[in-house]
Design a protein around this ligand. Structure first.
Ligand SMILES: NC(=O)C1=CN([C@@H]2O[C@H](COP(=O)(O)OP(=O)(O)OC[C@H]3O[C@@H](n4cnc5c(N)ncnc54)[C@H](OP(=O)(O)O)[C@@H]3O)[C@@H](O)[C@H]2O)[C@@H](O)CC1
Ligand SMILES: Nc1ncnc2c1ncn2[C@@H]1O[C@H](COP(=O)(O)OP(=O)(O)OP(=O)(O)O)[C@@H](O)[C@H]1O
Length: 360
């Protein structure tokens, strides 16, 4: 069996996670701690975009908007007065005459920091299959032009597989838009396989066991050597997608942009109720913005990353740690009766940061 030697130290990573969070000094204005848009929500799925959006606020953000189908919009709005909900599916994105409506929709994304795509987006229906990839390309391009960060989860991974229009944004990227380097993808194992199958002819057949990895790692957070087989499937996909950051979810979350590989095995929930991935996507959406701020701020010096390296790796590590801590706290309270709202109720970021700080 491989030994899973690590590189960046746990303590340097924890100190970097603490540096990611903007100070709440009492002088900030509304939106400064993060404004996020979730593109998802359809006939079958109204919970997923709600969970992602509300988690972005619980994680530290200020404002969130949901773009959903007209059918799902009033339902999602009804879950919380916190959410701004805008329908998108009355627009046929493939038609030139829709341009005015598309421009109006784009104007509603102005000043947002992150676009989270896929939570409850849905994949059923001929019209949706045709329209959604064009819509994704248009909104992603617009988001990149306005310097937003991107998170792709759930059904976004389906469109990455089924639509060349979407995959081309990663495999033949427009250098000016820098879409791969502003993206974090958060596939679960099924979604990871979908992306894998769209890139390579051979089946996904990992040589390692996550249980072995989990048991052999002494620290809860750390860096893995690139040469390990555990690192190689994620780095391969990240490299094929031109440096997009991948967080492969599981018992141990593996995170890579193709250059470096990190893991998180912080204790989470033993019950795997639906929606935990949506919570992670919303949380990471807020932290992707914080990572961009860290990169832009000359005064913030990270210990585990150089200024040239990809700060989204840190956003993904932080998102995974905080989500897992909230899931663990909720599971401690509710055990087998855990449902997703219990996790939202247990989002106590300040407390988790304090506990990380005192652990080093
Ligand atoms: N309340 C809501 O509105 C929610 C809506 N959601 C939304 O639903 C949409 C579709 O998402 P999805 O979760 O049904 O699709 P996907 O992840 O492909 O799973 C399909 C099947 O694969 C399996 N399977 C999954 N994970 C596995 C694993 N780790 N290891 C092994 N097997 C695994 C498992 O099947 P099984 O093997 O148990 O038969 C599972 O049933 C998407 O838009 C999403 O955002 C969710 O966010 C939840 C809350
Ligand atoms: N076996 C596990 N033990 C502990 N935490 C886990 C485990 N598997 C996944 N997680 C964590 O749970 C969160 C969600 O991962 P999960 O695999 O449940 O996503 P998902 O299938 O996309 O969820 P969703 O139901 O929202 O579609 C991640 O933060 C991940 O780190």
């Amino acid at each position: 069996m491989e030994t899973f030697a690590t590189k960046a130290t746990r303590s340097s990573l924890v100190r970097d996670i603490l540096k990611l969070f903007p100070k709440l000094g009492g002088v900030g204005h509304k939106g400064q701690s993060g404004k996020l848009v979730v593109l998802g929500g359809s006939k079958d799925y109204t919970g997923a975009p709600f969970y992602a959006a509300i988690s972005s606020i619980r994680a530290g953000g200020d404002l969130c908007k949901v773009l959903a189908t007209a059918e799902a919009s009033p339902i999602i709005k009804g879950y919380s007065p916190e959410l701004i909900v805008t329908p998108y599916d009355e627009i046929d994105f493939s038609k030139d005459e829709s341009q005015e409506k598309i421009d109006t929709l784009k104007s509603k994304l102005k000043f947002y920091h992150t676009l989270v795509m896929g939570c409850g987006l849905g994949i059923d229906g001929e019209m949706k299959q045709k329209n959604d990839p064009i819509m994704l390309k248009q909104l992603m391009t617009h988001a990149a032009e306005t310097n937003m960060m991107l998170v792709g989860d759930a059904d976004f991974c389906h469109y990455l597989k089924s639509s060349k229009i979407v995959m081309d944004l990663y495999t033949s990227p427009d250098e000016a838009l820098r879409i791969p380097e502003r993206t974090i993808l958060t596939p679960n194992i099924m979604e990871f396989k979908r992306i894998w199958n769209s890139l390579y002819s051979e089946d996904y057949d990992p040589e390692y066991s996550l249980i072995d990895l989990y048991e052999s790692l002494s620290e809860d957070i750390g860096e893995l050597d690139l040469s390990l087989s555990i690192s190689q499937d994620v780095t391969r996909v990240a490299n094929s997608l031109n440096g997009a950051t991948i967080l492969k979810k599981g018992l141990v979350d593996i995170i890579s942009d193709g250059n470096r590989v990190f893991y998180v095995k912080t204790k989470g929930s033993l019950k795997r109720c639906g929606g935990q991935g949506d919570v992670l996507a919303g949380t990471i959406g807020t932290y992707a913005y914080y990572a961009k701020l860290v990169k832009e701020n000359e005064e913030t010096v990270l210990e585990s990353f150089t200024k040239e390296e990809n700060p989204l790796l840190l956003a993904a590590v932080a998102g995974s740690v905080i989500t897992r801590m909230a899931c663990s706290a909720a599971f401690e309270m509710k055990g087998r009766s855990l449902a997703l709202p219990d996790i939202l109720e247990n989002y106590r970021v300040e407390e988790y940061l304090e506990s990380l700080k005192s652990s080093i």
